[in-house]
Design a protein around this ligand. Sequence first.
Ligand code: ATP
Ligand code: MG
Ligand code: MG
Length: 548
Amino acid sequence: QLLVATNFIKNIVTEDVASGAVHEVITRFPPEPNGYLHIGHAKSICLNFELADEFHGKTNLRFDDTNPLKEDIEYVDAIKADVAWLGFHWDKLCFASDYFEEMYHRAQILIKKGKAYVCDLSADQIREMRGTLTEPGVESPYRNRSIEENLSLFEDMRNGLFPDGSKVLRASINMSSPNLNMRDPVLYRIAHAHHHRTGDDWCIYPMYDYAHPLEDAIEGVTHSLCTLEFADHRLLYDWVVSECEMKSVPHQYEFARLNMTNTVMSKRKLKQLVDESIVDGWDDPRMPTISGLRRRGYTPESIRTFAREIGVAKNNSRVDERMLEHFVREDLKLKAMRTMAILRPLKVVITNYPENQTEWLEAENNSENPEMGTRQIPFSRELYIEYDDFMENPPAKYFRLFPGNEVRLKHAYFIRCDEVIKDEHGMIRELHCTYDPETKSGSGFTGRKVKGTIHWVDAGHVLPVQFRLFEPLVDTTEDDSEDAFLHRINAQSLQILQGFVEEQLCDAVPYDKFQFFRHGYFSVDPKLSLPKHPVFNRVVSLKSSFSV
Ligand code: ATP
Ligand code: MG
Ligand code: MG
């Protein structure tokens, strides 16, 4: 069996399997249910699931639900739906809260070994006494409590005898360790808060640095992948696993977080956008959340390819959001039906075409994928074209419609603009054109050439629809940091247009995807659409200057 190792974590796993150090690769994706998942999480999801898959291992979906104040069952359900939609099947569905009893028991083991103590200092005092990189910390006056006293105080903490913030359980390690995380870190805090799963069973909750390694060890996780900011927590991670005498020994590896241009990538900030109603919920199509990308029309395949292609680096960087767009274009190119939609309609009357007559023209459904077949589209005396495809006084090299000029109507005929009809305010109301029956598309006409091809729909067979076009939510070009992002919100990030699509699209259902000729890829919005009245979100425009 030949395994091609393309990232450093895969190299490690490959070696562990080859040396026999690891028999079955077990990974986990451990979200805290305090918000919806974003594209950064998708990177972690793909990494964990694909790594285990490749080595015929297993991946757990584990909720790191140790902070009841910020967590909610709504988030648990949304996260499960998002991971499943991305196309991954977890082996076990786990909750850190299921291990609270065991974690408590392991803390008692630490106390009995003299490795943990109950401390009455306030959070501020603990922080002040921790010292700095250049100054050692100061030991807590409670550090030398007896084992008996610590055991009974810890039990009293659990039994709710103390108010929030009055006591913590701390590890007893080394207040002058060069690694600040080793300076008697807090393991448990008191929080009289209702937990979405354990209710009021607990009023003490374990801290991340204590809970996470135990969760991994309990589940037999072999490779615990996390983002770079946890690199200097690894020493503590290993300390917890070892001092708590866990049988299974997981190892932590760090990789770079994904950041993207023109958006923010943290549940806290995204929650702010939702709470302040800057967006229409977590699944607003402008959000970098999985649910937002899904609603916008992104496919799971495109997100997985993106996650794979950006790779696993050891240094943080900001990925150009156009790279994500590139992959959804690639994915939809051969799958999406190509039809005509008019986003800003302008009426055209073909004055030499008979009234009350409709002919049906053949149009291929995807010019790059003949397997998608053809359809019949109507053509008659009144049409709509794109307002932007006409100019009364065009600049040089303008090849679309202008008075006296001839263009090709996609799938139909050449038309020439003869007359511009305006209303009493001087606004263009409609164009009067003539068509040349000789020039029918597919007829082999070679008599003369035109430089421009524009799209259109037949006015008698249209479906009026709403189009929603998006621009980046946040501008990150000036300032590379995500701080103060609320001041850089793009007020023009949503544009709503009322226009027309081919009538047959009335049967489109949520998430159906189309390429609208020259406008880009669109997807039917699941929240705003009604039966027979689809609302179209633009997933992405057709072209980009970006290539990979
Ligand atoms: P946020 O700051 O956005 O809330 P988080 O790290 O607190 O993110 P968790 O729910 O704890 O969110 O994350 C679950 C997993 O996803 C963790 O293993 C975390 O390292 C990973 N993850 C989170 N954000 C990113 C990102 N931007 N890029 C890659 N992995 C990420
Ligand atoms: Mg976290
Ligand atoms: Mg967070």
